[in-house]
Design a protein. Structure first.
Length: 308
């Protein structure tokens, strides 16, 4: 898989990455939060697509890409989309911050192929100062993952980046009238796989393959079937299993965190607090009265996933 490519030496000024996704387990894509000083910045053609989203106060900027010149006031959320193989030069009149996302060509192409779009429709095009509220929503969610002390499962970031690619090429998946949910046997097969691999890194690609679907269509059908996105379902199941193991009292909290697929103990505590309203320590202390604990609602999940 691709790794985050370091930013080249600037023509003038400086670009300093203050946050990076290198340690978050994202594969085929990544992100950095970059502080950019005033001045000119020349970035050569790279092997991956990149999107730069402006963060913070407006800045007057000029850029050149494909021999076209642009002059604008870059506002919070404005994005420049630079496909792989294109270079560019930017000149900012004052310092600014950029949320820089890179997307591997293979990652993007796989999404395009799964959407079954015509080749003329299925490519990223250079765009300057793109203002798209839906894309901004996805970008800010990925930005929050980069900034979080305890990031969610990489499955969530993968889902966000897939949706970003779909938005950039304008190919939102559609469902026909005959198939709006996963077939019961298919849902059961996917859920059984998740249950058997909660301690491992799960990807949308392998889960979609179990259902014999493209990733974009699988995401939609899974949500329609289970009532929550894939990453939320996986996190809930990990929390449920961790809760059960903690109440059994046979393993340490750190071991349980690893056995249930969390990055570490504090990561598990974060999600238990968020979904159950208690910390692992509080849960253990209350175990004699665990019947009064807040439960995650899995009844509907079990009903849907059981083949009829």
């Amino acid at each position: 898989m691709n790794a985050v490519t370091p930013l080249p030496q600037p023509h003038s000024g400086s670009r300093i990455a203050v946050r990076s996704s290198k340690t978050l387990g994202w594969q085929g894509f990544g992100a950095e939060l970059v502080n950019v000083s005033a001045g000119s910045h020349r970035i050569p053609a790279l092997k991956h697509h990149r999107v730069g989203v402006h963060v913070g106060a407006p800045v007057r900027a000029r850029c050149v890409c494909q021999e076209r010149r642009y002059s604008r006031i870059q506002s919070h959320g404005d994005a420049d989309v630079i496909p792989a193989g294109l270079d560019g030069q930017w000149s900012d009149e004052s310092a600014c911050t950029i949320f820089s996302v890179w997307i591997g060509v293979e990652f993007a192409q796989r999404t395009v192929e799964q959407l079954e779009l015509k080749s003329s429709e299925a490519r990223l095009r250079p765009r300057m100062q793109m203002r798209d509220p839906r894309f901004q929503h996805l970008a800010w969610a990925l930005h929050a993952e980069l900034e979080a002390d305890d990031a969610s499962d990489p499955l969530y970031a993968e889902s966000l980046c897939t949706a970003m690619v779909v938005r950039l090429i304008g190919g939102a998946p559609t469902l026909d009238d005959k198939r709006r949910t996963l077939a019961p046997k298919t849902a059961a097969r996917v859920i059984e796989f998740i249950e058997a691999h909660l301690d491992q890194r799960l990807t949308l690609t392998e889960l979609a393959a179990l259902a014999d679907l493209s990733v974009p269509h699988f995401k939609v059908l899974f949500r329609e079937t289970l009532g929550v996105p894939v990453h939320q379902y996986v996190v809930r199941r990990r929390v449920e299993r961790a809760r059960t193991l903690l109440l059994e009292g046979r393993l340490s909290a750190s071991r349980i965190a690893l056995d249930t697929g969390f990055a570490h103990q504090s990561h598990m505590a974060h999600w238990m607090g968020r979904l159950l309203g208690v910390t692992p320590r509080e849960l253990i202390r209350s175990s004699p009265h665990s019947g009064s604990m807040i439960e995650l609602d899995t009844l509907n999940t079990r009903r849907i996933a059981t083949p009829r």
